[in-house]
Design a protein around this ligand. Structure first.
Ligand SMILES: Cc1cc2nc3c(=O)[nH]c(=O)nc-3n(C[C@H](O)[C@H](O)[C@H](O)COP(=O)(O)OP(=O)(O)OC[C@H]3O[C@@H](n4cnc5c(N)ncnc54)[C@H](O)[C@@H]3O)c2cc1C
Length: 573
């Protein structure tokens, strides 16, 4: 067994050399020049950009080498970290404080002692034991070798895949190659988009009733329509039951509903499961969600063993529940925190809000904090929601695009709880701003006052973030009671749009009085009934609601107007 070679120096072993592990190693070296740091990685690369893999498959990131952020050599030379690739930790003896390491190439097993051990083994792709799952042509997107195998399959097999190997001399149209992606999370969708870019005819099969599970369903419906418009065929509510190789060599993805999707390539993106094998061997506490349980300083149930990244359970910042979050940002921060704590600093993890973004065909969907379905699941009734559709920047400056936003906040104190946004321009900026606000414990009254940068190409003097705060604060101050389409029922609906707009789409049974005529026609409205006011986006209805309230009527603005009615329509259909 090797012993400490730096007398008196702390010896730290880090298992896993990518997001959490690599940031832990680099941070620890910056804090402790004397520590002996060994970082072991079972794969061939450390610190690679797995987030870039779908874009490499699509050819957007052309060179595989661009994905390799820092090499084994960088860690050895710049950080004096004993970095070992193709080296797997196979056993931990917490009593002896040792780890057994296996050289993946030679099979040789050595034992190393540690003072502190950090586990950052990540998560394993879910691969259910379905019939035919090991057939050639079925891939997952997890590592650089996975992406390379997919690229090779596509490149080498392109003649075969498209049927051109049987070229008769009379074919004029090259048949499209077909891909079936299984799983509608962000890895599945990003890979599906990239396969569309490579000319594949893509079907995405998803067992759930929506793609992008963290989104509320009415927001996900919009993304679904958008990706379908761009060529991804969605098969929702259908689980895969098995895979078959057809007589012509092509694959067939069979589903529980009895469908068969032909495929030249299949991508499995069924989600991930925390890799807890080593933790279990070491007798560490595993939480109810199946991840390694740690405290807010990333310490496991054994005080000399830390764990970070996809393998651990984290506290949800909004709900306080234990959750599994497989995201690079939290993994990097946790790696850094573990290093801080090992070096004697008092850092702690604040929990995660699951802040995420996915880019698809030029658009983006992003979210932070709790969704409405999460709040409903935990029985939280002290929340309100708003829908708004502001422009990404000043409408008079070319290129402005609407952003569909949903913002959730506490009814009792206005605290921001979560936000979701979809659009084709600057969605990230708004959700990032809201994510910071949420982590700072901001209220919607704070959002009213937030100072965002503004010039016409970048925003509006009232940024969408301010706008969200103003609308929500109007509700809580009782300046603008609101309603939602799902509770409109047989209420009295006043439509304050212009008649020309009604010709495009109207609300059956609604009374139409354009906003400009409202003050003169108040006598046409009932005083004994609540009036639900609608316009296109809620803005004119807000003014109309104010007119009505100040004239003694009972009135509510239907949040998001006709635009949010579209959400309700999508959900019903
Ligand atoms: C295709 C793809 C796209 C993604 N896109 C995004 C994105 O856009 N945004 C985002 O926030 N997140 C994204 N993620 C998720 C993000 O990459 C992970 O959350 C993050 O890498 C987790 O870091 P980690 O250190 O916990 O695990 P990983 O980065 O997965 O690293 C774990 C490493 O540990 C090694 N290992 C495991 N067990 C052992 C052992 N016993 N011995 C030695 N080594 C071991 C593994 O080989 C692996 O390399 C994406 C992930 C994938 C796969």
């Amino acid at each position: 067994m090797k012993t400490k070679d730096r007398t008196g120096a702390m010896k730290v072993i880090i298992v896993g050399g990518v997001a959490g592990g690599a940031s832990c190693a680099a941070r620890l070296r910056r804090l402790d020049e004397k520590a002996e740091i060994i970082m072991v990685e079972r794969g061939p690369y450390v610190s690679y950009a797995n987030c870039g893999l779908p874009y490499h498959i699509g050819g957007v990131i052309e060179k595989e080498s661009s994905l390799l952020v820092a090499s084994e050599k960088t860690f050895r030379e710049q950080f004096a970290v004993d970095c070992r690739t193709s080296c797997e930790a196979i056993n931990i003896s917490p009593d002896k404080k040792t780890v057994e390491l296996r050289n993946v190439a030679t099979g040789e097993v050595t034992t190393e002692s540690y003072d502190k051990l950090v586990l950052s083994p990540g998560a394993a792709s879910i691969r259910p034991p379905l019939p035919g799952i090991d057939l050639p042509g079925i891939f997952q997107v997890r590592t650089v070798p996975d992406a390379r195998a997919i690229c090779e399959w596509i490149e080498k097999g392109s003649l075969f895949l498209s049927g051109m190997d049987k070229y008769s001399g009379f074919q004029t149209v090259r048949p499209k190659t077909r891909a079936v992606v299984i799983g509608g999370g962000f890895i599945g969708l990003e890979t599906a988009e990239n396969l569309v870019h490579r000319g594949f005819d893509v079907t995405l099969v998803e067992m759930g009733d929506q793609i992008l599970a963290p989104l509320d369903p009415e927001m996900a419906r919009i993304v679904e329509g958008y990706v379908e418009k761009h060529g991804i065929r969605l098969a929702l509510n259908d689980g895969v039951s098995g895979f078959k190789q057809a007589a012509n060599g092509a694959l067939e993805v069979q589903t529980k509903s009895g469908k068969a999707h032909p495929a030249d390539i299949v991508i499995l993106a069924l989600g991930v499961r925390p890799d807890t094998a080593l933790a279990k061997m070491a007798g560490l506490e595993i939480g109810e969600r199946g991840g390694i349980r740690v405290d807010d300083q990333m310490r496991t149930s054994n005080p000399d063993i830390f764990a970070v990244g996809d393998a651990i359970e984290v506290k949800d910042f909004v709900t306080g529940e234990w959750s599994l979050v497989a995201l690079a940002g939290p993994a990097n921060r946790q790696g850094r925190i573990a290093a801080d704590v090992i070096a004697g600093r008092d850092s702690s993890f604040r929990g995660t809000q699951g802040t995420s973004i996915i880019g698809l065909f030029g658009g983006a969907a992003a979210w932070t904090g709790a969704s409405e379905k999460t709040l409903k699941r935990i029985g939280d009734k002290d929340y309100e929601k708003i829908y708004l559709y502001p422009n990404s920047h000043a409408g008079y400056y070319p290129g402005a695009r609407p952003i569909a936003m949903k913002v959730l906040f506490r009814k009792s104190d206005g605290r921001l709880l979560g936000a979701q946004a979809l659009g084709e321009d600057m969605v990230d900026k708004r959700i990032s701003a809201l994510a910071i606000a949420l982590q700072m414990g901001a209220t919607i009254y704070d959002l009213e006052e937030v100072e965002m940068c503004y010039a016409p190409p970048f925003g509006s003097a009232k940024d969408p973030v301010n706008f969200a705060g103003m609308i929500a604060a109007d509700i809580l101050r009782d300046d603008m009671p609101i309603s939602h389409w799902d509770s409109v029922g047989k209420g009295f609906i006043l439509d304050v749009r212009e008649p020309v707009e009604l010709a495009v789409e109207n609300v059956p049974g609604a009374v139409n009085i354009p906003l400009g005529q409202l003050r003169a026609r108040l006598g046409e409205l009932p005083r004994d009934r609540e009036i639900l006011v609608v316009c296109r986006s809620g803005q004119r209805a807000y003014s109309a609601t104010r007119v009505l309230l100040q004239n003694g009527f009972k009135a509510r603005n239907i949040s998001g107007g006709m635009l949010s009615r579209y959400h309700a329509f999508l959900l019903e259909n």
